[in-house]
Design a protein around this ligand. Structure first.
Ligand SMILES: [Zn+2]
Length: 360
């Protein structure tokens, strides 16, 4: 008799519900970021690359992979662990999509349920030079949870190998420097409960700012390829000296680099975007995707996909939560280069562009 399909179970429905809850919280997931998994009988269902967790209940976004062969490949340095596509159970893969680029670390973690997301509160602390001390103070409020930190590595096998090492101690929570968080558990309920408590422990209020000047932004961007960010909270990046200074000094986490690039533009007092674009063309420089207009707000390039636009909001939420006057551990030039020259990411962005076209 054929084994019952996990996807027909209440357990799987609960897993999809949790996935969509994480995906619908902008402070946890932005666009195609974040991924969840559930293991059952040697098969792990994991979010497909380029899909949005927020759609977990309405679309077919979970891809099945075999766990043990993938973990072995990761341990042995087999390059097939990078994309994990060779470990997909084709007969069960109804969507035909590729598994997430972060699949191998889900497989390496032994817990049956794993949630990874880009919690803005966790990232704001995990980019500080003194992150170990800052995180320890907050996590000490949850003494029953076993937690550890993971140094920054490019997502894919470099990050998965670090996580595989940490997996031996069966952690409940992993905080990934300059990236996000992983919460594990034996059941969907346990993971949901832990996510709730960890979120409270790490939460900070964002820095207060004035409101954006949308009329001024419209006038400044008139006739250009930029428009004021439609998500009102995205503007806060431009609305305080501290926020601007943190933003302009470097890149904080991978999705920022992948979707918004390594350069953020800064408009001078009295300059229009058309003048700014003309100046860049003269110098032969590329136009950035996000432009800061000090004390007015943020302008976004019309070339941005929906996945890119939401990264402006993510940046605002992270930067606003970085405490004043703290030294920051930005991604290095090498880290940035690795992220901008990476085939798996280009696939994820191509899917995002496809989604953008379909919605028009
Ligand atoms: Zn991630």
């Amino acid at each position: 008799m054929a084994k019952p399909d996990l996807r027909d179970s209440e357990l799987f429905k609960g897993f999809l519900r949790l996935s969509s809850e994480i995906g619908n919280d902008i402070l946890k997931t932005q666009g195609a970021g974040g991924n969840t998994s559930i293991k059952d009988n040697g098969v792990m269902w994991v979010k497909a690359s380029g899909t949005w967790l927020s759609k977990a209940e309405s679309e077919d976004i979970m891809v099945p992979v075999v766990v043990e062969p993938l973990v072995t490949a990761l341990r042995e340095g087999d390059p097939r662990a990078e994309k994990s596509t060779d470990f997909v159970v084709s007969g069960l893969n109804s969507s035909g999509l590729r598994p997430s680029i972060e699949t191998s670390f889900h497989a390496a973690l032994r817990n049956p349920v794993v949630a990874h997301y880009h919690c803005v509160n966790a990232i704001a602390l995990a980019v500080l030079e003194d992150r170990d001390a800052e995180l320890a103070v907050r996590m000490a409020t949850l003494p029953d949870l076993k937690w550890a930190t993971i140094p920054y590595r490019r997502p894919g096998t470099p990050l998965a190998r670090e996580i595989e090492q940490a997996a031996a101690s069966e952690p409940d929570v992993l905080i990934l420097f300059n990236h996000g968080i992983i919460v594990c558990g034996v059941s969907v309920e346990e993971v949901a409960e832990r996510i709730g408590r960890v979120t409270i422990a790490l939460s900070r209020n964002p820095r207060q700012t004035n409101s954006p000047d949308l009329d001024a932004l419209k006038a400044i961007s008139e006739g250009s390829s930029f428009h004021p960010a439609s998500d009102i909270r995205s503007h806060t990046v431009a609305l305080s000296e501290a926020n601007r200074s943190i933003t302009l000094r470097g890149s904080l986490y991978p999705d920022h680099v992948i979707f918004l690039g390594t350069e953020i533009g800064l408009l001078s007092e009295g300059q229009t975007v058309s003048e700014y674009e003309a100046a860049l063309r003269l110098e032969g420089r590329e136009t950035p995707k996000l432009l800061i207009v000090p004390d007015k707000g943020v302008l976004l390039s019309s070339t941005l996909t929906p996945g890119g636009e939401v990264m402006a909001r993510c940046l605002a939420e992270v930067v606003g939560r970085i405490p004043d006057g703290k030294a920051i551990a930005y991604l290095t030039k090498d880290d940035e280069h690795e992220l901008t020259h990476w085939e798996a990411e280009q696939y994820r962005q191509a899917l995002d562009r496809g989604a953008a076209r379909q919605s028009v």
